[in-house]
Design a protein around this ligand. Structure first.
Ligand code: 8YV
Length: 315
């Protein structure tokens, strides 16, 4: 059996699945690993299963042992890996696309509705024992049905979000590098026009140096007053100061965030801004999806070990 190091503890059935295919070595106490720690833990391993919570930068790639033949990232995002450095060392990489699109899209709807219907404030009112009874002025939210949805990054997850939003009679618009088939929704090549017609913005684009702080003060100002912003991609796409200021000033009615820049050390403004519905990066956290992600990672690694070229190969 090939020896594989896994950087995080996974749900029990997922660990059991890995153990059926590999001689698996776990990060037993699930401590946070630095890039150098990851490289050191790969000593004597044939494979590495990494998560989006660890980074493999160029220096760490240099430090990977000669025994390491393949890497799988247990994620669809791969900005935490220096793919050029891995490719230069001849270490192939697989990832886990497709299988989490539906569950992340479900979560985008939850974030959208949570922000629109002020879920954080409503929860707090009840669990903090402050609710004094029904009132017609209580927690007036924003209607989601029939609104203009704007998806930044119409990839696999974006399409699943659009599919769900159609059931809410939403008008689908998107901003992408290139237009898709007409049924995908209204394509906006012009970013300004896209933002100006968007009532509910959903960020579903990958993290990259180009998308860093994409949602900044200038772009937020182009959204109509009372718009909502949702992020299910990566925290780095949002300028936290600008978003918090826009929600606190009332320009945005609210926001729904599953991901944060520098998580878990999030901007302190998120602790007080109760119109921002927050979640601790759980967009893909369902058992069904965790198992499906494992299947993709395992079959990808097996193919690489056998010298085959799996469809979910990145480099
Ligand atoms: C995962 C994610 O839970 O797949 C991704 O890119 O952001 C999450 O859904 C996590 O990254 C697992 O490594």
């Amino acid at each position: 059996m090939k020896r594989v190091f896994v950087t995080r503890r996974l749900p029990e059935p997922v660990e059991a699945r890995f153990a059926r295919s590999f001689d698996t070595v776990w990060n037993v106490d699930d401590r946070r690993l630095s890039p150098a720690d990851v490289a050191a833990a790969c000593e004597g391993m044939d494979g590495l299963v990494i998560n989006a919570s660890e980074r493999l930068d160029a220096a760490a790639v240099t430090g990977l042992p000669a025994s390491l033949k393949a890497v799988a990232t247990y994620s669809v995002g791969h900005e935490h890996l220096d793919l050029n450095a891995l490719q230069a060392r001849g270490i192939p990489v697989v990832y886990t696309p497709d299988v989490l699109s539906a569950t992340v899209a479900d979560d985008a709807m939850l974030l959208m509705l949570g922000a629109a219907r002020r879920a954080r404030e409503g929860q707090a009112l009840i669990v903090e024992g402050r609710w004094t009874g029904w009132g017609p002025r209580q927690l007036i939210g924003t209607e989601v049905t029939g609104k203009r949805l704007g998806i930044f990054g119409m990839g696999r997850i974006g399409r699943e979000i659009a599919r769900r939003a159609r059931a809410f009679d939403m008008e689908i618009g998107y901003h992408n590098r290139r237009p898709l088939e007409p049924e995908a929704g209204l394509f906006f090549a012009d970013e300004g026009a896209f933002l100006a017609r968007t009532d509910i913005l959903v960020i579903a684009a990958p993290a990259s140096p180009e998308t860093r702080h994409w949602l900044n003060a200038e772009r937020i100002a182009r959204l109509p007053k009372g718009a909502l912003a949702v992020n299910i991609a990566r925290g780095s796409l949002v300028d936290d100061e600008a978003l918090i200021a826009a929600v606190e000033s009332g320009h945005l009615a609210g926001a729904g965030l599953d991901v944060f820049d520098g998580e878990p050390n999030i901007h302190p403004g998120y602790l007080r801004a109760d119109r921002i519905y927050v979640q601790p990066h759980i967009g893909s956290s369902t058992m069904e999806t965790r198992l499906a992600m494992a299947e993709r990672a395992i079959t990808g690694l097996e193919a690489l070990f056998q010298g085959r070229d799996p469809p979910n190969r990145l480099v």
